[in-house]
Ligand binder design. Sequence first.
Ligand SMILES: Cc1cc2nc3c(=O)[nH]c(=O)nc-3n(C[C@H](O)[C@H](O)[C@H](O)COP(=O)(O)O)c2cc1C
Length: 210
Amino acid sequence: MSQVLLVTSSPRGAASHSSRIARKLADQLASGDPQSTVVVRDLFRDPLPHIGEDFVTALGTPAESRTPAQRAAVALSDRLIAELFTADVIVIASAMINFGVSSTLKTYIDNLLRAGATFRYSAAGPEGLVKGKKAYIVQASGGVYSQGPMQPFDFQDSYLRHVLGFIGIADVEVIRMEGIAFGPEAAEKAVSAATGRVSTVRPHALAAGA
Ligand SMILES: Cc1cc2nc3c(=O)[nH]c(=O)nc-3n(C[C@H](O)[C@H](O)[C@H](O)COP(=O)(O)O)c2cc1C
C-alpha cells in the first residue's frame, strides 16, 4: 500500500498539461494495489495564503506565547508538512511561469520549508529531514530549456530539484513537456511523449516490493 501526494499548481486550470499528466502519473503509481491512495493538493483551486508576519514571527516565538493568528499560520504549515511526511511518493505538477514555478507552488514550498521540521542545520551543514521518499516532477513550459540558448533561464527545474534535495528528497525523476508554445503539433508531441513515459512507470507499491 502506498500513499501518493499529488500537488498541482498551474494557473491554467483545466487547460494545464502538467496537472493532467501528473494526475495520470499519480494514478499509475497508485495502481496495482487497491489500498493505495492519491491525496490531491490542488494549489490552483485551493491556493494557500502567502507566508507573512504571523508565520515568520511565530517561528521564533514559543508555542504558548503565540497569538491566535500566529497559531493558525503555523497550524496550516504543520498540516502541509504532515501531509508530506505521510506520503510515500510525491508527484509535483509544475507549469513554467515567468521562468520559474507558479506563485501558488512557491507559496506551498514557503509553507513546507521549516527548520526543525523539514530540515535542520547541523555541524555538518543543512540536513533534510524528509527521508525515504521518491518524488516526480512533471514540468510544462512554452519554450525549450533542456538544451539550446534558453537553458540558463530554466529556474523551475533547478529550483525544484534543489528544494526537494534540501529537505531530504534526493530520489527525483523529472518528466518534461517542452515547446508547448511552438504550435499544436509540437505540444501534442511533447504531451504524447510524456504520456508514454508515464505508462512505463511501475506502481509504487510494486516497485517498493510491498
Ligand atoms: C502567465 C504565464 C507565464 C508564462 N511564462 C513562461 C515562461 O517564462 N517561459 C516559458 O517557456 N513558458 C511560459 N509560459 C507558458 C507555459 O509554461 C505553458 O503554457 C505550459 O504549458 C504551462 O503549463 P501547464 O500546461 O501545466 O499549464 C507562461 C504561461 C503563462 C500563462
